[in-house]
Design a protein around this ligand. Structure first.
Ligand code: GLP
Length: 238
């Protein structure tokens, strides 16, 4: 485990962006596992700048996202597809058809989940998986549970997660109750994992995840078992 404790969010973003950029430069056709949430936004902005000034190139990159809310159309401004388009994909030279986000509208969610995992295998697995962390230790939308869920699956969101994410919606009632998330297998089989976290609110859960017992009650704790984990975080709120 490599840990970069940064002095602020700007440093987290710069460090995360340079790790992702390094992956893209060393493997121009890399498969990047991407994340939503507010934490990666700063890194995405820097990647856009790097792409626009020719330092990095998305033309051969494939992306697979961690998760999507159930029931939101891709053009809904709260959907994770919309988030990825507006925060990254629309501003770089990625081929949109090579960007994958789980389909939260799939009629057959089980078939969609199985197809998502099969796609990741067919792509040769994920080279670098970027992860944020929820206040309860979730990664993607793998919520605390009695057992680690290995495959992509539909999950009922915890009330605390809906409350935390309500800040992006007009009201809590609009926050979906379910999501489809990549499971632990694809995350743990990624060749490299990059976990980012920002601010005092995440300090305690980051500590628990990295140094506490490995338990499905703290889903991110499974990352202690990953052979190539980099953590970039700050406990400061500026
Ligand atoms: C959501 C996402 C997670 C993300 C988490 C933390 O719940 N599903 O993938 O890590 O939010 O978000 P933030 O970075 O805004 O704290």
């Amino acid at each position: 485990m490599r840990i970069f404790k940064c002095k602020n969010y700007a440093e987290v973003s710069a460090k995360a962006a340079s790790i992702i950029a390094a992956q893209m430069i060393t493997k121009p056709n890399a498969v990047l596992g991407l994340a939503t949430g507010s934490t990666p936004v700063g890194a995405y902005k820097i990647l856009i700048e790097k792409c626009n000034n020719g330092e990095i190139d998305f033309s051969e990159i494939t992306t697979v996202n961690l998760d999507e809310y159930c029931g939101l159309t891709p053009d809904n401004d709260q959907s994770y597809r919309y988030f990825m388009n507006t925060n990254l994909f629309d501003h770089v030279n990625v081929r949109k058809e090579c960007t994958f986000v789980p389909d939260g509208l799939a009629e057959d969610a089980e078939a969609e989940s199985a197809a998502y995992d099969a796609r990741i295998v067919a792509l040769g697995g994920i080279d670098l998986q970027l992860l944020g962390i929820g206040g309860n230790g979730h990664i993607g939308f793998n919520e605390p549970a009695a057992a680690f869920d290995m495959a992509t699956h539909t999950v009922e969101l915890k009330e605390s997660t809906r409350q935390a994410n309500a800040r992006f919606f007009n009201s809590i009632d609009e926050v979906p109750t379910h999501a489809i998330t990549m499971g632990m297998r694809s995350i743990m089989q990624a060749k490299k994992v990059l976990l980012v976290a920002n601010g005092s609110k995440k300090a305690e859960i980051v500590e628990k995840a990295l140094y506490g017992p490995v338990t499905p009650e703290v889903p991110a704790s499974i990352l202690q078992l990953h052979p190539d984990l980099t953590v970039v975080y700050t406990e400061n709120d500026d």
